[in-house]
Structures are given as structure tokens and as C-alpha cells.
Design a protein around this ligand. Structure first.
Ligand code: NCD
Ligand code: ZN
Ligand code: ZN
Length: 370
């Protein structure tokens, strides 16, 4: 049995408030624990989106009552909320700021660069700013980071041109960090027919599944990838198979088994896995240490991924039927066993909001933040 730190997923769509038929704080955090994550950062593209203090309070109320693991909630950048001075503590009550600069799900997309400017200028430069920026939009976001001299974290990098640009930007000293999802590491556009089973909507995700060359580029540049993040984006099968299917894959319960399988095949070291799923997300997102918190993993367990055994409400996975090596046996959060052999035992409300918990100490900021 292998003991690892409780994992951190910096990119989760909880869907609460507004779309609790897809997922809610209870089910998302159960899925997190079953997947070995003890801390998730929730995205702001809910209905309504989380773009103000009032909206943040509303979302957190649901989280206080329902979360089974620890969490923090992102604020979203909209066209009119770039002031970020009042109330002055608002940014620090959030996981960070999320800016949607490309095709996504929800209404938070900001196309005009004039709308980016107040956020880059006013969001505290010592607090996380995450962008969904693909291809040339990524180049523009990196230029903003350089011009405004502030760190930026790139969500779900998926293409060769993107990872190479981030490598060059890091070499030049531009303060950039990035994450990659398991689905962009383990699936390409060539897998869409097998995922779709005649329902093309099931293959829809943003960024889209890329070419095998893009996938290989991610593996070849693992040293540039700071974090693995699931971008857990649950939508029901009825929605995926209906008209105008929403983009997104669930990922909380498949990420660690897929990555442990890569470890067992010698494609990834265990140290790199822990760095990208614990140490780096903790530093980049300035998260306190979760005391007496760890997971136990059976590295040799071979099993098959099945949606019917998952806690996510969305009831499907693009990895259905895949054989993996490595299974979470036990999760301990703050000294309490919260998951054991397939059973989530943490009650709703057990999770802490780590942006409002004094008992944890603040870790050192990243070098590039100083
Ligand atoms: C996400 C969602 O459904 O909220 N969908 C996706 O395909 N990744 C939105 C996003 O992460 O851009
Ligand atoms: Zn996105
Ligand atoms: Zn996302």
C-alpha cells in the first residue's frame, strides 16, 4: 500500500448553484474523495455565474452545507466587475479569478481585449489568476501577463503549439504556470468515435480533443506542466446525446487511476505525479497544508473503469471500459477516515472552505509571484 498526500484538483465544475441535476456540492465532493482528492477548487461558471460578493456568498452557503472534502471557490471575470477594490477582501475570499477568453460552456466569455485589461490591472498580483486561453489567445494572455507584470495560470493546455509557447515564455521569465487534464493526455480526436458510440455530443469538450501529435507533445514536455487538473465538467448523458450538446467530461474519479497506470508503465514518475497533483497546486494557488491528511493507494490493483460505480451524478465517463492499474483504498482527511474501499463516509458539511480557515498556515508564495 502506497501512502500519498491528499491530492488537490484546481479545476472542478461543481454546478451548484443552477445545474444541480448535473452535479452538486455533495456529489462532486464524494467523487473527489473517491478519486483521492481532499481539496478541490470550484469554477465560477455556474448559473448565475459567481461574479460578485453576493454571488460568492450564495455559492459558499451551499458548499458549507454540502461539501464532504475541503474546497475554495473561484470568482469569474465579467464585462463589468473588473474593479476588484470593493470590498477589499473579496479576492482573498476566493480561490482566485477565472477568465474565460475562448469558446467554453456558460456566459462568461470575454472576447474584447479591452475587457481583459481591468482584471489584469486590478486583480491582486499576489493572488491566482487563471485563464481559459487556447492557441493564439494564449499568446495574447501571455503578453498581458508580461505587460501587467503579473502571474497567470493557463487552464487545460492541450496542443503542441501551446505547450511550446509556455516553455518559451517560462524561459523568458514571464510568470506563467499551467495545467493539463488527463483526458488531453490519454485521449486524442481519434478516440472520439469510440467515446461517442454514435452520439457525437459525447466527444465534445473544450479544448477539443487534439491530434496524436499534440498528445505526444504534452508527454514530451511534462517538465513544463506544473499541475494535472481534471476540468471535471459533468453534463448528463441526456444532455450530451441531445441537441446542442454541452462540452465537458467528468474526471474526478478517473484522473489518479489513469496517471498511476502511466506510472506503472514507466511514462511518468511517482515523484512527478505528487509534484503536479499536490506540491505545485498548493504553491500556485497558495493553499494551506491539510493537517493529518493522506490517501492510501493499491498500486498493483488492476480494474476496469465503469460509470455505474462512480459518485458523480452525470452517470457516464469517456473512459468507460478502460483497464487501469492503481486504486484508491483509503482517504484520511483531518485525521478522519472519509473514504474506504469504495465507500465515501464523510458527511455533507465536513469540508472546510480553505480561504476562511485560520487553523491552517499560509504556505510560501511562488518565486514568480514575488
Ligand atoms: C467546461 C464546463 O462544462 O463548464 N466545459 C469543458 O468542455 N471544459 C467549461 C470549461 O472548462 O471551459
Ligand atoms: Zn475552460
Ligand atoms: Zn473547466
Amino acid at each position: 500500500m502506497l501512502k500519498l498526500p491528499g491530492l488537490i484538483d484546481p479545476h472542478v465544475h461543481v454546478r451548484d448553484p443552477g445545474a444541480t441535476h448535473k452535479e452538486d456540492w455533495t456529489t462532486a465532493t464524494a467523487a473527489a474523495l473517491a478519486g483521492g482528492f481532499t481539496l478541490i477548487l470550484a469554477m465560477p461558471n455556474t448559473t448565475p455565474p459567481i461574479t460578485s460578493a453576493a454571488r460568492l456568498d450564495e455559492a459558499l452557503e451551499a458548499a458549507y452545507a454540502k461539501a464532504r472534502c475541503d474546497y475554495a471557490q473561484f470568482l469569474g471575470a465579467g464585462p463589468h466587475n473588473g474593479g476588484w477594490f470593493f470590498p477589499a477582501d473579496l479576492p482573498y475570499r476566493a480561490a482566485g479569478l477565472k477568465m474565460y477568453l475562448d469558446s467554453t460552456y456558460g456566459d462568461l466569455r470575454l472576447d474584447e481585449m479591452t475587457l481583459w485589461e481591468p482584471h489584469f490591472r486590478n486583480w491582486p498580483r499576489d493572488w491566482p489568476l487563471v485563464v481559459h486561453a487556447e492557441k493564439r489567445t494564449l499568446a495574447a494572455a501571455l503578453l498581458f501577463a508580461a505587460l501587467y507584470e503579473r502571474p497567470v495560470h493557463i487552464a487545460h493546455v492541450s496542443r503542441a503549439e501551446e505547450i511550446l509557447l509556455i516553455r518559451r515564455a517560462k524561459e523568458k521569465g514571464i510568470p506563467v504556470t499551467c495545467e493539463v487534464t488527463p483526458h488531453h493526455l490519454f485521449l486524442s480526436a481519434e478516440d472520439i468515435p469510440a467515446i461517442a458510440h454514435g452520439h457525437p455530443g459525447r466527444g465534445e469538450v473544450r479544448p477539443r480533443l487534439a491530434t496524436p501529435t499534440d498528445v505526444q507533445a504534452l508527454w514530451d514536455n511534462l517538465d513544463v506542466i506544473d499541475c494535472f487538473a481534471t476540468d471535471h465538467a459533468p453534463h448528463t448523458l441526456e444532455e450530451k446525446d441531445g441537441e446542442d450538446p454541452p462540452p465537458g467530461f467528468p474526471g474526478l474519479e478517473t484522473a489518479l487511476p489513469l496517471l498511476l497506470t502511466a506510472v506503472s508503465e514507466g511514462r511518468l514518475t511517482l515523484d512527478a505525479l505528487v509534484e503536479k497533483m499536490y506540491h505545485n497546486p498548493r504553491r500556485i494557488f497558495r493553499l494551506p497544508e491539510q493537517v493529518q491528511t493522506w490517501i492510501e493507494v493499491d498500486e498493483a490493483a488492476r480494474w476496469e473503469i465503469r460509470a455505474s460505480e462512480q459518485y458523480t451524478k452525470c452517470n457516464w465517463t469517456p473512459f468507460e471500459g478502460r483497464q487501469v492499474t492503481g486504486r484508491v483504498r483509503c482517504v484520511v482527511l483531518r485525521g478522519r477516515e472519509v473514504f474506504r474501499d469504495g465507500e465515501v463516509v464523510a458527511p455533507p458539511g465536513f469540508g472546510y472552505n480553505l480561504r476562511e480557515t485560520e487553523t491552517y498556515e499560509d504556505p510560501e508564495p511562488l518565486e514568480c509571484w514575488l
